[in-house]
Design a protein around this ligand. Structure first.
Ligand SMILES: Nc1nc2c(c(=O)[nH]1)N[C@H]1C(S)=C(S)[C@@H](COP(=O)(O)O)O[C@H]1N2
Ligand SMILES: [Mo]
Length: 307
C-alpha cells in the first residue's frame, strides 16, 4: 500500500554524523519493538491496508480548494489564492528542547535523510467534514529518532511560521499566533503519524500546508499543523493555539470520537468532502477508524475528555 516514491538514506548534512544516525536508528528500533511488545501495538501493515482499501480518494480539486488556514483566512475557499505568495523555499526548521544538539536545519537536508512514501489516510475536521487524501511523507518517528530525545522529552511541540506580511490573517486576533500544536511522545512516535511534504504525487500546495505539515489521522484536523518552522521536545504538555483561544472547545488530545459533541455541535456524522448535498452524511468512527492501531495509547484515559 505504501508506495515507495523516493529512497534515500543520506545522513543529515552538517550537524549529524553517520554514527549519530546509526545510534538513533538503533534506539528507535528498540523503542518501537518495546512499544509493540509492551502495549501490544499492531505494526502498520495488514490493518492499515485493510482500512485503506475501503477508502475512496477525494478529488484533489476539493482538497485544495476547501482548506482551513487561519493564517490567511477563516474562509475555506480563500487560502487557495491568499497563500500563493508564501515562499516555501528555502525553508528552515528549528529543532530544540530536550535533545543533544538543538539547531536550525534546512528542510532539504532533513528530507534527504528520510524515505518519502505515499500514505492514504482519512482526514476529519472538527467542523464535521472529511476527506481521503494520498499524502506523501514519512513517519514523524523516523525524523524524531535522529535527534535522540532524552528521557525528559515527554511531548513534542510544533510551531507554524509567523510572518504577518505574507500571512495576512495573522493581523487578526482570531487565534494566538503563531499556531502551536503538540503531541505526547508516544503519539508522535506512532507509525500512523507522518510529516507530509506532498499529496496526489506532487508537492503540497501552499494552502494545504507547504512545505511541511503534520498528519495525525486519528485526531481532528486542527492537530495537523501546517507550515512547520519549529519542532520542540519538552517535558510538559504544550499549550496549543486552539486551546488558548477556546479552552472549553478544543482540548489537547482531540481524538476523533463520535460520542463526544463539540460544545456547539454534534460530532457523530461527517459530510464527505465533494459529495452531493443528497448524499447522506457518513457515520464518524471512533479514532476516525484507526482504533485498532491507536486505542491502546489511551488505555485508562477518559475518552469523553477527547475534544
Ligand atoms: N498553521 C495552521 N495549521 C492548520 C490550520 C490553521 O489554520 N493553521 N487549520 C487546521 C485545521 S482546523 C484543519 S481541519 C486542517 C485542514 O487541513 P486542510 O486545509 O489541508 O484540509 O489544518 C489544520 N492545520
Ligand atoms: Mo478543522
Amino acid at each position: 500500500m505504501n508506495r515507495l516514491i523516493n529512497k534515500q538514506s543520506n545522513a543529515l548534512s552538517a550537524e549529524i554524523t553517520d554514527k549519530d544516525v546509526f545510534n538513533a536508528r538503533r534506539a528507535f528500533i528498540k523503542s518501537t519493538a518495546m512499544l509493540s511488545a509492551g502495549l501490544l501495538l499492531p505494526s502498520l501493515g495488514q490493518a492499515q491496508t485493510e482500512l485503506n482499501d475501503k477508502l475512496v480518494i477525494t478529488a484533489r480539486e476539493h482538497v485544495t480548494n476547501y482548506t482551513n488556514y487561519y493564517e490567511f483566512s477563516t474562509n475555506k475557499q480563500d487560502a487557495t489564492k491568499l497563500a500563493k505568495p508564501l515562499k516555501t523555499k528555502p525553508w528552515r526548521v528549528e529543532i530544540s528542547g530536550e535533545i543533544d544538539k538543538p539547531g536550525f536545519y534546512h528542510l532539504d537536508d532533513l528530507l534527504k535523510a528520510n524515505t518519502i512514501e505515499e500514505r492514504i489516510y482519512r482526514f476529519r475536521c472538527v467542523e464535521a467534514w472529511s476527506m481521503v487524501v494520498p499524502w506523501l511523507g514519512f513517519p514523524l518517528a523516523q525524523m524524531l529518532a535522529r535527534f535522540q530525545p532524552n528521557s525528559r522529552a515527554k511531548f513534542v511541540e510544533f510551531t507554524t511560521l509567523y510572518d504577518p506580511e505574507v500571512m495576512v490573517g495573522q493581523h487578526s486576533s482570531i487565534l494566538n499566533w503563531p499556531y502551536v500544536e503538540g503531541l505526547r511522545m508516544d503519539e508522535a512516535m506512532h507509525p500512523l503519524t507522518i510529516l507530509a511534504t506532498g499529496m496526489y504525487g506532487e508537492d503540497l500546495p501552499n494552502q494545504n500546508g507547504a512545505p511541511l505539515r503534520l498528519i495525525v489521522p486519528w485526531k481532528y484536523g486542527f492537530k495537523s499543523i501546517k507550515a512547520i518552522v519549529k519542532i520542540h521536545f519538552r517535558e510538559t504538555m504544550p499549550d496549543t493555539a486552539w486551546h488558548k483561544s477556546a479552552p472549553r472547545e478544543y482540548g489537547f488530545y482531540a481524538n476523533v470520537n463520535p460520542e463526544v459533541s463539540h460544545p456547539r455541535w454534534s460530532q457523530s456524522r461527517e459530510r464527505v468532502l465533494g459529495s452531493s448535498i443528497f448524499t447522506p452524511k457518513r457515520a464518524t468512527e471512533l479514532f476516525n477508524g484507526y482504533g485498532q492501531q491507536v486505542a491502546s495509547l489511551y488505555t485508562g484515559m477518559d475518552l469523553t475528555q477527547s475534544i
